[in-house]
Design a protein around this ligand. Sequence first.
Ligand code: PA5
Length: 479
Amino acid sequence: MIKNYADPQWKNDMKIRLDFNNMMTDFIGEQGIKEQDIQDLSSKIEIAKRAMQETRETTMAWRDLPYNQKEVVADIVSYVAEVKDQFDSFVVLGIGGSALGPMAVQQAIRHPLYNELSKEKRNGYPKFYVADNVDPEKLVSLFDIVDLDKTLVNVITKSGSTSETMSQFMIIKEVLENKLGKEAAKKHIVCTTDQEKGNLIKIAKEEGYKTFYIPSAVGGRFSELTPVGLLPAAMTGIDIEGLLAGAALMDEMCQVDDIYQNPAFMYALLHYMGMQKGKNITVMMPYADALKYMADWFAQLWAESLGKKFDRQGKEVFVGQTPVRALGATDQHSQVQLYAEGPFDKIIVFVGVDRYRANLQIPKIYGDVPSLGFLGGTTQNQLIAVEQMATEYAVMKAGKMNMTLTLPEVNEFTMGQALYLFEVATAFAGELMDINAFDQPGVEEGKDATYAMFGRPGYEEKRAELDARPSKKDKYMIG
Ligand code: PA5
């Protein structure tokens, strides 16, 4: 991609846009929001805006990532240049915030069938794999296809102790050492973790692995623009400066005080107001295969940040909104019936693209078949755009809240904007909801229970608590 991030005209053309007409009563009737409803919330909005400013330096260290990583970027770029030719495969070991971002960005920017391309067509970059589960079939199947002599493994874990990731690391390290010898294996492992805390940093130092750091104050699901996402992106030839430049532009847009001009604040506010009206589900429906994993990444961000039992005063609130991933046009034939005619319990966010990276003409044939003839001579680009508009129209007519986010193109710059927009929106929604968007006690509970069941020292009390849970009853089991 041409590096024209400094050209104001180009930047302006590449701005992503939010159209929220179909959230409003003018378009969807009584289920919608009135401008007056927004006006009525103005003092709450002002408090949330102030909190966003005041906590930028403390709980929101991720907001400065577009600006403060020159050395990190230089280190990543030179490391990638040094190692890329040595490896045919690059494997990320990580989970949650340490895997979803790398997958989203790689899928968005690189060729849809990237791993199937020849190395030459991949511009010399290695194939890209993510092992983000502990399903044994997955890792074993990876061993079936990668040549370990030519594989670089990136272990990504902020805490350095996540069982899924560390178990994969332990398995792969042994396999590598058995095959290549201890010394040679070291060059096949690169770690991304907290600089001070956790087991992985200790292991990396002791065993001599190249390591990139996740800033301590940046939480897992907000870490895509740290080496968590930047190293995997660079390893497949993605311009990471473009991602950061896009995020910086969105940061500017998110500092605009007028909520009607601030896409992240408006996105959050409308979702917050939707929740007040019983919209407990938000569907993200990109009309681009390239953005399918972005919806997965967003789902974790929104769910883990906003799904909370307590507010900041410690009062039980049980809040949150369930994110659902869909894909246009595919899910028009699967989910849209429900979205149009089902309950008034969701907001649908369409994500469109102005210019796809391919143009595909539909041949002008079957002109005498009315149900096909109208397609001939048009393009798939037109078809997908029209289908998106038609679906927006159908759900609007059905009175369902929906909005549309449009990326002029899918590239590094627009992806950087999108990721940053969703992060700020999540934080702002947390402010409006008066909850801590940056912790995940519900996840920790499951992690602790796993440790206890495995008999990890220090988890004896949790083990006793688990042992005291009611035994399952046969009468409630079939088969
Ligand atoms: O957002 C979060 O903090 C979590 O989803 C983590 O990313 C996830 O649990 C993985 O944690 P870690 O990077 O410590 O292995």
